[in-house]
Design a protein around this ligand. Structure first.
Ligand SMILES: Cc1ncc(COP(=O)(O)O)c(C=O)c1O
Length: 361
């Protein structure tokens, strides 16, 4: 028998989450973020399911965008980090990619090129995230330079990105919003500010386009609120099975480094899933795991292909019984609390050797 690790991906939940987001932000348009292999869900599968339902898809690089075009995705695609080389401008114009400009070199490339079709452009400004984007003092001048290029479609749009949108009360949020508002005052264009956290925490700044990632995949982007509170449903459910059960004696240790010692005679199961499949190596004893839909907990250090589970809550579990690591029945947000990871990296970390199965509906 082959390994049983599967990621079950729910088309229904993906479209449900999109509908929840649309309702929340209307009439704003949706740029669905599918970068990083659609947060580990499979970029082609997700994009084909969203193609007809969103206004744009967002990726990190032109390779991701071209892979989508090859798959038959027709919707506009945002290159959220812009072009990495000057020759990508020509490809972007021909393929109807929207290009973000965030540094001077990209503007110089634009000024030297002549494009056969008008390029859709965005200027990214740094309102406080401190990653990409023109500093606010020079941003107007770069906006003017980009807008005056004959190769550019008008008007050039403006975007920025939150640093702390998951924490509604973080003071940086209001500072960033104010900087953005001041910048776009009196501008006639389209604007975008919100990722998932912003969509739920800052409805006043949805503007023309929102850029959901995490929420689309059914994970809560708001600290202190569960996905269920926000009516989001997990798209990915990770399942596998038990490949061993044993009774260990009081004092026996479990796994590498003997991190866990059994406090009493107890049943311990071994699960066919490890960090080589994408389970977080930082998961601590007590991380929740469902065995036969009963909540049990991880014991011992995560191995490459296996983890161990305390079966005292499920003493009759046997080899072959189903295990859920996260997804429907066990929110990823609960798992991540027992690790030093974040929800985004757990999703993007699921490896190729896990089989991906999409539901049809
Ligand atoms: C520019 C930009 N917009 C939107 C998103 C989506 O963010 P989230 O997954 O928090 O919705 C990201 C994600 O990193 C991003 O970099």
């Amino acid at each position: 028998m082959s390994r049983t690790a599967i990621a079950i991906l729910s088309t229904e939940n993906l479209l449900h989450n999109l509908a929840v987001i649309k309702e929340k932000v209307k009439p704003a348009k949706i740029i669905a973020m599918v970068k990083a292999n659609a947060y580990g869900h499979g970029i082609r599968s997700v994009a084909l399911r969203l193609d007809k339902h969103v206004d744009m898809l967002g990726v990190a690089s032109i390779d991701e965008a071209l892979a989508l075009r090859k798959t038959g995705v027709n919707v506009p695609i945002l290159l959220s980090e812009g072009v990495f080389e000057p020759n990508e401008l020509l490809v972007a114009a021909t393929e109807k990619f929207h290009v973000v400009f965030h540094n001077e070199l990209q503007v110089e490339w634009l000024e030297k090129v002549s494009l056969p079709l008008p390029l859709e452009a965005w200027v990214k400004i740094n309102t406080g995230m401190g990653r990409l984007g023109f500093g606010i003092e020079q941003a107007k001048e770069f906006y003017r330079r980009i807008s005056s290029s004959p190769s550019i479609a008008k008007p050039v749009r403006v975007m920025s990105h939150f640093a702390c949108s998951d924490e509604a009360d973080h003071p940086l949020n209001q500072q960033q919003i104010q900087v953005f508002k001041d910048f776009i005052k009196d501008m006639q264009s389209e604007f975008s500010f919100c990722n998932s956290g912003g969509i739920f925490n800052f409805p006043d700044v949805h503007y023309d386009y929102v850029r959901p990632g995490l929420a689309l995949y059914g994970i809560s982007p708001v600290k202190g609120k569960s996905a269920q509170d926000l009516n989001l449903k997990p798209v990915m459910t990770l399942q596998t099975s038990l490949i061993s059960t044993q009774i260990f004696k009081k004092g026996a240790s479990v796994g590498y480094g003997a991190r866990y010692q059994c406090p009493e005679d107890m049943p311990v199961g071994i699960i066919a899933f490890g960090y080589g499949d994408g389970y977080p190596i930082t998961a601590q004893d007590g991380t929740p795991i469902l065995v036969n839909n009963v909540e049990c907990s991880l014991v011992g250090r995560v191995s490459m292909d296996m983890i161990a589970v305390d079966l005292r809550n499920c003493p009759y579990a046997k080899i072959g019984d189903p295990v859920t690591l996260w997804g429907t029945g066990l929110p990823l947000e609960r798992v991540v609390e027992h690790t030093s990871n974040i929800t985004w990296d757990l999703l993007t970390g699921v490896q190729n050797r896990v089989r991906f199965l999409w539901t049809r509906s």
